[in-house]
Design a protein around this ligand. Structure first.
Ligand code: KMH
Ligand code: ZN
Length: 309
């Protein structure tokens, strides 16, 4: 451990009360814009951008750890991790994943959330095996979606197996929702297998993927109103939908995900120079909304993530 959170940053206020997923299938109340802090997740790398095209992308373990420290200092509480091999290509190599979890834990207080989505080319077995690296948390996508010219495949049996494995191994899932149909599958999953490890349902709306739900305020409100009661949620907008989704999420009482996995342009014609500047922008907007960034310990309480293992 540990890279301290920004000096003097006050506690982010009362975290949302963890809720049980005890009424799956029921319609959710829209989340009132409450006086709680903002959970900021950084997704620094992803599996889609090439290092050659995006030199600021963190692809080595050193680059990832440096990015993680900077992003924690800027206000992030969770890191959503994809790793690369020695040629900067996406990989789910088990030893590398284990080393990455250890290095991030050693250097930061961030909640380490490994991607089980990987790249569109990754097979189900290697995606299930990601949990063997014993992260705090993992992503769990609730359905198949067209993904540009590709398909991000998440059939029901795989979703079910992955969810059962998170419960068995004590990993907190974050439910990734790329489309409204994924919300229906989330209800089915909770209805069949019960509440997640940690007892709290937290979702991430991934908006603006070509083939998924569009990244705009109307769609965000619709998706949020369909979530299970008591669920918390963050949202991220891919590419040019980043800012509209961020403003909509803040105004609707949601949390934020930002990072170079989701956008490599800071503004029109201006490439992102670091993940930290995306976190800094999100943190500044959260402060303006009077919902300051949550510290990692506050985020652990919100999400039901245990202490360090
Ligand atoms: N790279 C995408 C195909 C996740 O991390 O769980 C899938 C993805 C979702 O990024
Ligand atoms: Zn991802």
């Amino acid at each position: 451990m540990t890279n301290p959170t920004p000096a003097g940053r006050p506690a982010a206020g009362q975290a949302d009360r963890p809720a049980q997923a005890d009424r799956p299938g029921q319609a959710a109340r829209p989340t009132a814009p409450a006086q709680h802090g903002t959970l900021i997740t950084v997704a620094p790398t992803g599996a889609e951008s090439l290092k050659s095209a995006v030199p600021a992308l963190p692809v080595t373990l050193d680059e990832l750890v440096t990015t993680a420290k900077e992003c924690q200092a800027a206000g992030a509480a969770v890191i959503h991790v994809h790793i690369r091999d020695d040629r900067a290509q996406p990989t789910l190599d088990p030893a590398r994943l284990t080393d990455t979890v250890a290095a991030l834990r050693e250097s930061t207080d961030l909640i380490v959330q490994l991607s089980t989505g990987g790249a569109v080319t990754d097979g189900f077995a290697s995606r299930l095996a990601v949990l063997d690296a014993a992260p705090d948390a993992c992503s769990l996508t609730c359905g198949t979606v067209n993904f540009g010219d590709e398909v991000f495949s998440n059939p029901w049996p795989f979703i079910r197996d992955l969810y059962a494995r998170t419960k068995k191994l004590g990993v907190v899932p974050e439910f990734e929702l790329f489309d409204l149909g994924h919300v229906a599958t989330l209800h089915r999953l909770l209805g069949d297998l019960g509440a997640p490890h940690g007892g709290h349902v937290h979702c991430d709306l991934v908006m603006g993927v070509p083939g998924g739900m569009p990244g705009n305020a109307a769609t965000l409100v619709q998706a949020v109103s369909a979530l299970p009661p008591g669920a918390t949620w963050s949202a991220t907008g891919i590419g040019r939908t980043t800012l509209p989704v961020m403003f909509a999420a803040l105004s609707a009482g949601g949390h934020l995900r930002v990072g170079m996995e989701d956008t490599v342009s800071f503004a029109r014609g201006r490439p992102v120079t670091s993940n930290a500047e995306l976190v800094e922008r999100a943190a500044a907007l959260a402060e303006l909304a009077q919902r300051p960034p949550m510290r990692p310990d506050e985020a652990r309480t919100l999400l039901g993530v245990n202490g360090r293992r």
